[in-house]
Design a protein around this ligand. Structure first.
Ligand SMILES: [Fe+2]
Length: 291
């Protein structure tokens, strides 16, 4: 029996009673997906599964995305990334590459629909992921602003505006990596592919221009929208416990990792396994076919 309870913040919920090691049938999955699309953030508590079961769960949400920084993919599991400050050969540059407000894969044409982080090691202090509700931020815009930005198209590039406003910069892509992710366009206000709800999309991190607008004006607009979004009233900061899997609706949120130092003794290591997916859950197609 899955039991939900609100998280201590403006949005999101925790789910108890899910055991991914045992697998999740369509009914269980659909219960979770309804919760995610309603609350935009879902934290599964107390998971003990290994990489294979975690990946099976990730694939229930969509098609895993192999990250453009190919050196950060986990050996043997290219659909997984190891995120954190635990020094490994393949992630030596990744300690703080997500410490800026962003939306995963907004620099690609086919956007991510869900991202999940599975906590393996958590520090005693810090190490939170901050997640913000872009639908609530959009809903609070005044009517004049909503009408002005409706129909605008933003241009995105990997990490284009990371490193601003006291945030950290993400990793520079190599020439070969950059060649795989040329600039792409997305509506500034996107409709959710499942719910049809509208929200601001990825105004931080990758958006660096607005189609047909002078650069200075576009920059000012994007900065003001981001400043509106990152207000505390839209932000939940998740402090992980080992075994948490935090899943967020990537179409309706931005997130930002808390900067971490290198580990320095017990209680200072942070290690999470990340999966991002695109597309819709297969269970939806199965349910439609059976209807
Ligand atoms: Fe991210």
């Amino acid at each position: 029996m899955i039991r939900f309870e609100p998280l201590e913040g403006p949005f999101g919920c925790a789910a108890h009673g899910v055991d991914l090691a045992a697998g999740l049938d369509d009914d269980g999955f659909l219960t979770l997906s309804r919760a995610l699309y309603r609350h935009r953030l879902l934290v599964l508590k107390g998971q003990t599964c290994g990489k294979d079961a975690y990946l099976r769960f990730g694939r229930q949400w969509g098609v895993p995305i192999q990250h453009v920084v190919d050196t950060a993919r986990m050996p043997g599991y290219p659909d997984l990334l190891e995120v954190g400050n635990v020094t490994r050969r393949w992630q030596m540059y990744s300690r703080n590459t997500a410490a800026f407000w962003h939306t995963d894969q907004s620099y690609e044409a086919d956007v991510a629909t869900a991202t999940m982080l599975y906590a393996q090691k958590v520090p005693d202090m810090g190490g939170e992921t901050r997640i913000l509700d872009m639908k609530a931020a959009y809903d609070d815009l005044d009517q004049e602003t909503r009408e002005r930005i409706d129909g605008m198209v933003a241009v995105h590039y990997y990490g284009a505006t990371s490193g601003r406003d006291g945030e950290l910069s993400t990793q520079q892509l190599t020439e070969a990596q950059a060649a795989t992710v040329p600039p792409v366009s997305h509506p500034l206000v996107r409709e959710h592919s499942v719910t049809g709800e509208r929200a601001l999309y990825a105004v931080g991190g990758t958006a660096y221009g607005i189609a047909g607008m002078p650069n200075d004006d576009a920059d000012a607009l994007l900065r003001s929208l981001k400043a509106h979004c990152v207000q505390d009233r839209y932000v939940y900061a998740h402090k992980y416990e080992v075994g948490d899997i935090a899943i967020w609706d990537t179409q309706m949120t931005m997130h930002c990792a808390a900067p971490m130092n290198d580990p320095d003794g017990p209680g200072t290591e942070r290690l999470l396994w990340r999966i991002s997916v695109r597309g819709l859950p297969e269970a939806y197609a199965r349910r439609r076919a059976a209807a």
